[in-house]
Each structure stands twice: as structure tokens, then as C-alpha cells.
Design a binder for this molecule. Structure first.
Ligand code: GZL
Length: 320
């Protein structure tokens, strides 16, 4: 564990106090945070959680929205290094292309914390920890729910279309892998189309319109990697004169309020929770790493599966 600048500074403060008898107010921790963007309800809730938690913890937050562009995140991280922040945190829009900038942060002796999404780097010392969900498990849970549904269906085969998240992002890669693992060898489930909807409502609607144009009533199931794309697809399904949640069964991930409302309206069949409320864990990890305390290399959030039948009861309890 590298001795951080702040630990040395902390010692200096202690010495100054002992020598001079006067007290210095400890300088608030300064965090640079690079956020993916504002592409979904989930992301907005994640941003709110981080900003609220920083305020609660007395952390000075320098926040940068990358508008889903990796080059903007790299620029923001370089700016945080130049400003000599105490800690850098970010949710990487895609898994690859981070080695160079993370090496620059390491050379500047500024610890880096990943939230939400993972990066693929050979040198694991380039970041302290990853705080966030197990996306493969989320994909498995979506696939298992659908396999249980298919087992009870009187249709010989259910044709599935898939709206993937952002190309190259950890949630898109892992949710696809987990879903495929859960339905592998299931003769009743056949994925006939898969394409990115970029985690947004607009793109999810646009791609679902294309799926419907090509396959129409042959589509039995939609698997969407997030609720926002599912909600966009619901609009496309209704505009095509079909009933979402009935003619086309919809399985989605995130568990945002919009999904609960769609389930209560009978238009969405299940949402697998993916909690965006990572702010408090992030601030705690930041304070620990800056104080030189050990931090677990992986902090996984606890999550549930919400089928439509529990949506009305659960909605009042939802925090995002
Ligand atoms: C998952 C997060 C994903 C959400 C989407 O942790 O990275 O990005 O599932 C969001 O809603 O856009």
C-alpha cells in the first residue's frame, strides 16, 4: 500500500499541533469523479447518490460528465491529476483503453477507485477497488426467470430479441454472457436478434422498431440490458399494435422506478435489480484509502429480482 501524500500531510499536521499548540482544521478530502454520462434513469440516480454522499461525508467533489465518450473521461482524469486531487474515482464507459491514463495517476501517487463498471488492465495495482454489481449474475437471473417462464409456456419455442447495452461496456458484455449461460441448451428459447440499444430509451425504441419490422409477431420475448431500453421498446411494441408484457414478454435489468410503473401497468414482466446507490460505499472507500487503511479489492452490491406481481407492493420502498 503506497503511503499517500495525505498520510504524510496528516503526520505533519499532528507534529505542527504538538509543536505549536495551535490546531489546524483538517483539509477536506478532494475527489475527482468522472461519470459515464446521463444516459438513463439508473445513471441519474447513481450521480445523485455520489453527490449526496460526498456532501454528507464533507468530501470536496470535482464532478465531470463524459457524455458517454471515453476521450472525455481520459481528459477529466488528466485534469484531476493536474489539480493534484487526493483520490480519483470513475465509472469507465468501456472496459479497455485505460492503461496509459491509469499509469499517469499511479505515477502521480493518486489512488483510483472504480465504481459501477470494470476495466480490463493487466496491472491490477492501477486501481484500489471496484465497487459495483455482478453483471454476469444479473444476466443469469434474467435468463433463469425466462427459463422458468418458458417451462410453463405452451409454445414449443419462444423467439427472443436482445437489446444490448453500450458496446464494449462491462454490463453489456457480462449481462449477455450471464443470460447465455442461463439459457444454454434450452430448446424452448431461441435468440433470433441481438443488437445494442446503447442503454437509452430512444435507441432502444429505434432498434425494437427494426426488430418488429423484420420479425413482427414472431417475436415472443425481449431481453433488455436495462430498463430504459425496455421502456423505449414498449413504445415501439404498442405503436406496432402489439401488447407489451403479453404478446411480447419483457425481461429487463436495473429496477428503476419507470420499470416498476411499467410492471404495474402490465407492460413489463420482470426487472432484475442493479443498485446505483454506490455513493456511501465510494466515500467510505476513498476516506479509507487516503488514510492508508486496507480496502477490499472488490465490493459487490446486494441485489434482488422484482417480478411484476410484487411491483405495486415494492414501489413505495424504492429509493431510485
Ligand atoms: C450498470 C450501469 C448501466 C445501467 C444502465 O451498473 O453501468 O449503465 O444498467 C446505465 O442503465 O446506463
Amino acid at each position: 500500500m503506497t503511503v499517500t501524500r495525505r498520510t504524510i500531510l496528516g503526520g505533519a499536521f499532528a507534529f505542527a499541533f504538538a509543536a505549536s499548540g495551535s490546531v489546524f482544521a483538517a483539509k477536506p478530502l478532494v475527489m475527482g469523479f468522472s461519470q459515464v454520462g446521463a444516459e438513463s434513469e439508473w445513471r441519474s440516480a447513481n450521480t445523485a447518490s455520489i453527490k449526496d454522499a460526498a456532501k454528507q461525508a464533507g468530501v470536496t467533489l470535482k464532478f465531470a460528465d463524459a457524455q458517454q465518450k471515453q476521450e472525455n473521461q481520459v481528459k477529466a482524469i488528466r485534469s484531476f491529476i493536474a489539480q493534484r486531487v487526493d483520490v480519483i474515482a470513475f465509472s469507465p464507459v468501456v472496459e479497455t483503453g485505460w492503461e496509459t491514463v491509469l499509469r499517469e495517476a499511479k505515477a502521480a501517487r493518486i489512488p483510483v477507485i472504480l465504481t459501477d463498471r470494470a476495466v480490463k488492465v493487466a496491472d491490477k495495482s492501477l486501481y484500489v477497488t471496484l465497487i459495483g454489481s455482478d453483471f454476469v449474475e444479473e444476466g443469469r437471473r434474467a435468463g433463469k426467470w425466462l427459463a422458468d417462464y418458458a417451462a410453463k409456456s405452451n409454445k414449443p419455442v419462444l423467439n427472443v430479441v436482445e437489446l444490448q447495452g453500450t458496446v464494449g461496456s462491462a454490463p453489456a458484455l457480462d449481462r449477455k454472457a450471464g443470460f447465455e449461460e442461463a439459457i444454454k441448451g434450452n430448446a424452448k428459447l431461441k435468440v433470433i436478434r441481438t443488437q445494442t440499444g446503447e442503454f437509452t430509451r430512444a435507441k432502444g425504441k429505434e432498434v425494437m422498431e427494426a426488430f418488429l419490422k423484420a420479425h413482427g409477431k414472431d417475436i415472443n420475448v425481449l431481453y433488455a440490458h436495462n430498463d430504459d431500453m425496455a421502456i423505449g421498446a414498449i413504445q415501439a411494441i404498442e405503436e406496432a399494435g402489439l401488447k407489451p408484457g403479453k404478446d411480447i414478454i419483457i425481461v429487463s435489468i436495473d429496477g428503476v422506478k419507470g420499470a416498476f410503473q411499467a410492471m404495474i401497468a402490465g407492460k413489463l414482466n420482470v426487472s432484475v435489480e442493479c443498485s446505483p446507490l454506490l455513493g456511501p460505499q465510494l466515500m467510505q472507500a476513498a476516506q479509507d484509502v487516503v488514510a492508508g487503511k486496507p480496502v477490499a479489492p472488490r465490493i459487490v452490491t446486494e441485489e434482488r429480482v422484482f417480478p411484476a406481481e410484487v411491483a405495486a407492493k415494492e414501489l413505495p420502498n424504492r429509493k431510485y
